[in-house]
Design a protein around this ligand. Structure first.
Ligand SMILES: NC(=O)c1ccc[n+]([C@@H]2O[C@H](COP(=O)([O-])OP(=O)(O)OC[C@H]3O[C@@H](n4cnc5c(N)ncnc54)[C@H](OP(=O)(O)O)[C@@H]3O)[C@@H](O)[C@H]2O)c1
Length: 284
């Protein structure tokens, strides 16, 4: 059995990975403070002690707005740490599985970004994640980078759970309708990961991996309300607003569409339409 190390086991994706990877090897799953990715010593010690053959890094500094004022920490966790993992993987021949984001792009235009298109992050989080990708790609290690978007799930801090709470508390929900992307269930990202590494020759390279279809945060909210209306005694009013009416410390891309054709063609992996996946998640 291969030794598989999952980092960030309590995060949205990390939590799901513990189950989906369970049949593929001998799992070691760690979370902060057992391991602190902001500390190079902590990470190096864990890698040396555990000697994983597959490292699955689902840990990240994901507080996008907070990162604007916490650049060094975001960079340490999202760039320096994956760089060290890549260095370990290159030396030992381990496979490094890592997750990246639509926020590495500048959000211009209205067509989907492919893996080989120019990046141009608009915020500190996006910059730190892009640097992490680059350090892995330049290291020469065996790697699988899955770039995903708008992650939600059954636990953790995410848009679905926030909207379900606000729908009960508020009479009106005002939600941004000019950012377009694909909401993606963390469980399906974990399933795609398992499918990619379960084969005799695991999939390697940089791939976009989101649900198919597209919507705005407003459209996502409308679907959430529609699929859960039986849970409430009254429905909130839903109003679309432009991003300019909801200022945040970090600028967000207007166009977060990622083309997942490469993953489908080379990996035979395609995530269902975001609406179908949302219905499955809510049914859980
Ligand atoms: N969330 C999204 O919408 C989104 C979109 C695109 C890409 N991604 C990428 O997808 C991957 C998984 O995201 P996610 O949504 O599952 O993230 P998440 O739910 O925020 O989980 C991230 C995990 O990383 C852990 N972590 C943070 N700092 C750490 C440190 N110094 N040492 C060790 N662990 C630390 C967190 O621990 P604590 O719980 O203790 O803080 C948390 O459990 C990330 O690479 C992220 O960049 C996410």
């Amino acid at each position: 059995m291969k030794k598989i190390l999952i980092l960030g086991k309590n995060g949205q994706v990390g939590w799901e990975l513990q189950r989906t990877l369970a049949t593929l090897g001998q799992i070691q799953a760690l979370a902060y403070p057992e391991i602190d990715l902001a500390s190079q010593t902590s990470l190096k010690n864990a890698l040396l002690a555990l000697q994983p053959e597959i490292i699955v890094n689902a840990a990240a500094y994901t507080a996008v707005d907070q990162a604007e004022h916490d650049k060094e920490r975001a960079q340490a966790i999202n760039a320096t740490a994956p760089g060290l993992m890549a260095e370990f993987a290159r030396r030992t021949g381990a496979l490094l599985v890592h997750y990246s984001t639509d926020y590495v792009f500048n959000g211009q235009g209205n067509s989907a970004f492919a893996e080989d298109m120019a990046t141009g992050p608009l915020n500190v989080y996006g910059h730190s994640k892009l640097l992490g990708d680059q350090l892995i790609l330049e290291s020469g290690c065996r790697h699988l980078i899955l770039r995903t978007s708008w992650v939600y799930g059954l636990r953790g801090r995410n848009f679905l759970l926030t909207m379900l709470r606000l729908a009960k508390e508020r009479e009106e929900l005002k939600v941004v309708d000019d950012q377009i992307g694909a909401p993606t269930w963390s469980r399906l990202i974990a399933e795609a990961t398992a499918q990619a590494i379960a084969r005799p020759h695991p999939l390697e390279g940089l791939y976009h991996c989101t649900s198919s279809g597209e919507t705005s945060w407003h459209g996502f909210t409308a679907a959430i309300l529609e699929l859960t209306h039986q849970q409430r005694t009254r429905e909130p009013r839903l109003t679309g607003i432009p991003s300019s009416a909801y200022p945040t410390p970090a600028q967000r891309p207007g166009n977060s569409r990622l083309s997942c054709t490469k993953l489908a063609v080379e990996g035979g992996i395609a995530l269902p339409h975001w609406r179908e996946a949302l219905a499955l998640c809510i049914a859980q």
